[in-house]
Design a protein around this ligand. Sequence first.
Ligand code: PLP
Length: 379
Amino acid sequence: MPVCEFTPSRCHVNLAALRRNFARLGEAERLMPVIKADAYGHGLLPVARALADAGAQRFAVGLVDEGRALRDAGFSQRIVPLLGQLTPDDWQRARALDLTPLVACPEDVARAAALASADRPWHVALKFDSGMGRLGFVPEDVPALLEALRAAPGLRPALAISHFAVADTPEEQDYTLRQLRDFTAMTDAVRAVFPDMERSLGNSAGTLAWPQARFEVCRPGYAVYGGNPLAGTAWANRGETLEWVMSLSAPVIRTHALKKGQSLSYGRIFTAPRDMQVAVLGCGYANAVPRVLSNALPLRLHGRRVPQVGRICMGMLMADISALHDVQPGDRAWLLGGPAGPDAPVTPDDWAAPLDTIAYEILCLVGMTNPRVYDEEQA
Ligand SMILES: *Cc1c(COP(=O)(O)O)cnc(C)c1O
């Protein structure tokens, strides 16, 4: 995957923490970790390797291309592309690579059936829409689906998938229960004919908060990377043992004095209220550091939180290091995570809240715009 290489900042990925999170989410044989979008910015292949070492037997990816990358790297697990097969070529390749294709509409049944036969059967993943309104069969479709499957002896429904919309929201329990009920009804009808078909409903929030929705296979993404989808809700404690896997560091490029009354950076949105000492860090909005957090970005240097000052630039940003002693060029500041110190590490949630977004978006963008290094424990 292309990652911006021209920056001294680094995205650190702690694979030991990733494996611990995976273990916290249940037995490996009953999980299908979601590694779409380059494993939420953590890197498809290193993450897949770590999860395979931890016993993963299935992977959910986004595209057939991601499945191809896994097969090329030698992975033999079941692989389901959650976006489905988007072109005729995707269908051919899904078959050739022995992916488990997503079958989400009558046309998909026909396309899959054309590539399979009773003596060369193909395991497929049936997708049901229990309330996301995105992809999949709805309850009214099920009789025709069963009919079509009966007429396609080459197709073996191995897995049934559906997706929660509000499993992370205690106030919306009724909707989640309705999704659970509809999914159960639809899959019961199919399992009457195909009793070996496994079921998978829970995303991270479902896995953590809805034990009655675990079925045979849970499908967490975010929680594998340490995100607690229940943070800030009455259920937050259900995900509080998870550890963030990604950290972001940037080196000090230079330190210098700023005199009282001097301004710094674009727009002059910061003026020194006193004589101070400033560090220039090699990281900016080109590396997914949100410019809108200028003058307010939390960060740590020497284990201490220090104020970020002035407008965040494309590849640089400044910090007020007046309270620290002996900061040297080359020292690493931690914009996310980092080694334990007197002050708490910054989390992706700390960035997401003022941006009115979710940490999922932060992980994807930081992982795509910073060179990644894989640490076992140090990050
Ligand atoms: C992304 C995705 C998941 C994982 O969701 P998380 O909230 O990251 O756990 C599961 N299922 C489907 C269909 C998805 O698209």
